[in-house]
Design a protein around this ligand. Structure first.
Ligand code: BGP
Length: 465
């Protein structure tokens, strides 16, 4: 069967500023919370490799864009680092950064690759984090100014903007499950942080609309479809709905419908954990929903009714309402510890079609991190990552099916273009279409999947029995 995608489908990949750019003498970048955390606790990072090392894109973007072309990209997403553009979070704009992002964006456009630009990818400027980061309302104002600055500087050429990438992740990582700085466990702050992120997104959208530019603006959310252990067990179903409210609808609903989910509000009210909201905020959120939704999909969430004891010591936690369920026989990516469930991508697209007005969307991340890919290098020096080709293909088949059933999904970006720095996992798991050899000055080589993706993009689809 031939899987053909709609005309002008977006084929490409995604990355972020903090995971790729690196820091260099004279670049005048300010510290983000990652730079600070690495300075404080390098042992938290795999092989003690920090964000300053990244993949040197700051210097090598021209070479990288040439490789994007060779791997069939017609679009590519990255993020501006707030701490590079405005080193203190507020105030002076770094002209070195303006020059860099201008050249990077122009080079993409000249090569026929549409830049999709995200404004926030987990990277709070440290000067603002010291004052509470997203927990502090002042950060919302600072972010609005930062967003406007980006639109003014680059909005004449960039036509796809995103306010956040996976805004739930700084909430989970920083304030619930301790995998991001400041590694707190504090539900009150978690809720306030989430609320401020949602408000900041709406304010940036409002600012963008006021400027009457030609492009579109949206948000990128990671959707983890929540499946109950047993669909016929009401307790399991209810637990899965609560997990869905916390981790999916918390951002999806305000972004697309302009309202927070009623069940989540009720739950937080019951435990006296509603955020502080100022007059007029909810109207801003209501009026400034997204034009376009980016969806990152890696794994489903399997849920069962709470069986384990609630941990009183931590205070309230989302997990007080459900347990994660290890489904027997599930297919795993053992390196990342994430379940692979291809049909999840179809389920979430159909959910967007049916419950979210078929909002225009695209798959903004999907991919497979594998450790030790050097094992698969062939005699020509190319990594034969057939597992990645299979992973992408199997997901694309379900995207195709959703399109047949009317989903308005406009593209597929894989995570990521070239192997990059994965937060505390640093360079442990590799995700790219292109390998980066850290022992050889970051030399780039297209993997088998990158060559395959070029054919898919050229053909606008693929053949498969
Ligand atoms: C997403 C992030 C990316 C990327 C990816 C892979 O959650 O948006 O920044 O890192 O996941 O995950 P990880 O790097 O944790 O393996």
């Amino acid at each position: 069967m031939k899987y053909t995608f709609p005309k002008d489908f977006w084929w490409g990949s995604a990355a972020s500023g903090p995971q790729t750019e690196g820091t260099f003498e004279g670049d005048k970048k300010g510290q983000s919370l990652w730079d600070h955390w690495y300075d404080q606790e390098p042992e938290r990072f795999f092989n003690q490799i920090g964000p300053d090392n990244a993949s040197y894109v700051y210097k090598r973007y021209k070479e990288d864009i040439a490789l994007m072309k060779e791997t069939g990209h017609n679009s590519f997403r990255t993020s501006i680092q707030w701490s590079r553009l405005i080193p203190n979070g507020v105030g002076e704009v770094n002209q070195e950064a303006v020059a860099f992002y201008n050249e990077y964006i122009n080079e993409l456009i000249e090569n026929g690759i549409e830049p999709f630009i995200n404004l926030y990818h987990f990277d709070m400027p440290m000067a603002l984090q010291e004052k509470g980061g997203w927990n502090n309302r002042e950060t919302v104002d600072a972010y609005e100014i930062y967003a406007k600055t980006c639109f003014e500087l680059f909005g004449d050429r960039v036509n796809k903007w995103f306010t956040h990438n996976e805004p739930i992740v700084p909430v989970e990582g920083g304030y619930l499950y301790q995998f991001h700085y400041p590694e707190e466990v504090n539900m009150k702050k978690a809720v306030q942080v989430a609320y401020h992120e949602a408000l900041a997104s709406a304010k940036a959208i409002a600012a963008y609309k006021r400027m009457n530019l030609d492009g579109e603006i949206g948000i990128i959310v990671n959707l983890t479809p929540s499946y109950p252990r047993d669909e016929n067990n009401p307790e399991d179903v209810k637990a899965a709905e609560i997990a869905d409210a916390f981790f999916n609808r918390s951002f999806l609903d305000p972004a697309v419908k302009g309202e927070f989910p009623a069940d989540l509000i009720d739950l937080l009210k019951n435990i006296n954990h509603l955020p502080e909201v100022k007059d007029g905020d909810l109207a801003i959120i209501k009026e400034n929903t997204v034009d376009l939704l980016g969806v990152n999909y890696y794994q489903p969430r399997r849920i069962k009714a709470k069986e384990s004891k609630v941990k009183a010591a931590t205070g309230p936690m989302p997990d007080d309402y459900f347990d994660n369920f290890e489904m027997p026989g599930r297919k795993m990516n053992p390196y990342r510890g994430w379940e692979i469930y291809e049909k999840g991508i179809y389920d979430l697209l159909i959910n967007l079609k049916e419950d979210y007005g078929n909002i225009p969307c695209y798959i903004s991340e999907n991919g497979m991190g594998v450790e030790g890919e050097e094992r698969f290098i062939n005699k020509d020096g190319v990594i034969e990552d057939d597992y990645r080709i299979e992973f992408v293909k199997d997901h694309l088949k379900y995207v195709h099916q959703a399109i047949q059933e009317g989903s308005d999904v406009k593209g597929y970006h894989m995570w990521t273009c070239m192997d990059n720095w994965s937060w505390t996992n640093a360079y442990k798991n590799r995700y790219g279409f292109i390998s980066v050899d850290l022992d050889n000055e970051g030399a780039r080589t297209i993997k088998k999947s990158g060559h395959w993706f070029k054919e898919v993009s050229d053909e606008n689809g693929f053949d498969e029995e």
